[in-house]
Design a protein around this ligand. Structure first.
Ligand SMILES: [Zn+2]
Length: 523
């Protein structure tokens, strides 16, 4: 029997700290959707927001009673009571009590500099605020966690005072004490040492909350776990103020796959990439390809030697199996990687025993690359091309024609597209508007096909790139359009080339729809 793995509690603060990120904006509905998703994955704690700080967070707690979660505990966040006030009379604490959340995290100062210069109160008064606020919330029937803000900075300057604030939290009855690297400037060995020292004086289980200002949020978190921290705070995709919070999509796989801890519910890690993309999607942010574990490029191979080696044994250039985190291996086609890349890419088509076919495809790729096609990021179009060459292409719809008009109406410019497609014997003629000509074409094509193929409902265009080839020919130059598409489980690129930018876009668009349909129908 497998030994019981040690549990690390995962505390997500995407909805509170994460929403402080410069390009992150969540509506109330977004927050509810993300919270439900995190519950599905088995996150232990979901920090929903700071009900005292803004009306949206207040509403969130009204809409999201803790009982709606099947697995996670909802946490409300706030500060200790104000100086010279008793907790019973503090408005902030009252909001926390009324939030309905069973769990409350309150933050307090553990750096003397902040107490004296920001809070502008006596050091003893700050200790009282911490202890009394926690006691008060416990009397109201809450479970209380204490975030020791700026702990590591405070501990460096005045260790005995920093420790005194933690002792006050312990004395007050906090169930977890979370050490925060609020400014993100600490180093892993200092964090590890500080956590060890704290554990000598404090009996309450320790948590860690780090920011990424030195690029060390993940490393600092792991250092704290090494020293005995049992609760990890972070955000999905590392969203957060300045350089972001500790990225849980990196920390969780490291803890589970490399350090042997248990974090998420059984089987959920294998869908982590889906969670990461879901949160990007809701936040309307294009995911950075290089994100560890869950990024589009995390298991992408381009160089010929690498591709060749990965084909022989993936372990040669992959630190884990991409499927362990729900990601996938991608092999890019490019001149750089040459023949072996294409051969690797062709493996799944089962044609190893047909050298003539392989040669035919290699020649085709070469010719198309000369014209300006580039299949590196266009695996969808590549797949369609190979299917055609192999006689395995299935036509699920046929384009009979399209038209786009762009006109000024009043003081706004409107794009309208009409497409005519044939599915089986049925002809569909649809029109749709869009915020630009390509968007209008996308909408019209979708509208025409979705009744035949409902799976198109989750198809999304995530990126659109235009490159002018041979710009010396000015407006007669060739335009290359690359479209990136995604659905709930995968992403793919398609390409179109033409002297006409609309036509190039249209080809890339149609390829994307075709690829999606063939993929979803297992054809
Ligand atoms: Zn923070």
């Amino acid at each position: 029997m497998e030994m019981q793995k040690k549990k690390i509690e995962i505390y997500d603060t995407t909805l509170r700290d994460g929403s402080q990120g410069e390009s992150v904006f969540f509506t109330l509905q977004d927050k509810i959707k993300i919270a439900e998703k995190l519950d599905e994955y088995g996150f232990d704690f979901i920090e929903g927001g700071w009900p005292g700080s803004n009306p949206k967070d207040l509403l969130f707690f009204q809409r999201m009673p803790a009982k709606k979660f099947s697995r996670s505990k909802l946490v409300a966040f706030g500060s200790t009571c104000r100086k010279s006030v008793v907790p019973e009379q503090d408005r902030n604490l009252r909001y926390l009590v009324e939030s309905g959340a069973e769990y409350i995290t309150i933050f307090g100062k553990s750096w003397d500099l902040h107490v004296e210069q920001v809070l502008r109160t006596a050091l003893e008064e700050n200790v009282r605020l911490i202890r009394d606020s926690i006691r008060f919330l416990i009397r109201q029937g809450k479970h209380v966690f204490f975030d020791a803000e700026h702990f590591f900075d405070g501990y460096r300057r005045n260790p005995s005072y920093a420790m005194e604030t933690l002792l006050a939290a312990q004395d007050g009855g906090a169930e977890r004490i979370i050490l925060c690297d609020t400014n993100g400037g600490s180093l892993p060995h200092d964090v590890e040492e500080a956590v060890r020292q704290v554990r000598k004086h404090i009996n309450v289980p320790i948590g860690i909350h780090t920011h990424n200002d030195s690029g060390l949020a993940v490393a600092n978190t792991l250092a704290a776990v090494n020293a005995g921290a049992v609760q990890v705070h972070g955000t999905i995709n590392g969203f957060g103020e300045r350089c972001g919070n500790a990225d849980l999509t990196t920390i969780i796989p490291v803890l589970q796959l490399k350090m042997g801890y248990a974090c998420l519910d059984e089987g959920k890690l294998a869908h982590l990439t889906g969670l990461s993309r879901y949160v990007f999607e809701v936040a309307n942010i294009v995911p950075p390809g290089t994100q560890p574990f869950v990024g589009m490029s995390a298991f992408t191979h381009k160089g010929g030697v690498h591709v060749d080696a990965v084909g022989k044994n993936p372990e040669t250039y992959e630190h884990i199996n991409p499927e362990a985190v729900g990601n996938q291996r991608r092999v890019l086609i490019s001149e750089l990687s040459g023949k072996s890349t294409i051969l690797q890419k062709l493996r799944k088509y089962d044609i190893a025993s047909k050298p003539d076919l392989i040669k035919k495809i290699l020649d085709m790729v070469g010719e198309l690359e000369n014209e300006g096609y580039q299949f590196e990021a266009a695996e969808g179009s590549f797949d369609l091309m190979v299917r055609r060459a192999l006689g395995k292409y299935r036509e699920l719809f046929r384009v009979e024609g399209f038209r786009v008009i762009v006109e000024e109406r009043g003081n706004r410019v409107v794009s309208e597209a009409t497409v005519k497609v044939k599915v089986g014997k049925q002809v569909e003629h649809t029109a749709s508007e869009g915020n630009g000509p390509v968007n209008a074409l996308d909408n019209a094509l979708r509208k025409a096909l979705v009744k035949f193929y409902p799976c198109l409902g989750n198809l999304k265009l995530t990126d659109y790139k235009v490159r002018i080839l041979h710009p010396e020919k000015a407006t007669g130059a060739v335009t290359r359009v690359l479209i990136e598409s995604a659905d709930d489980t995968s992403t793919w690129g398609t390409i179109g080339l033409s002297e006409n930018i609309i036509e190039a876009s249209w080809h890339a668009l149609v390829d994307s729809f075709e690829y999606k349909l063939l993929k979803d129908n297992n054809l």
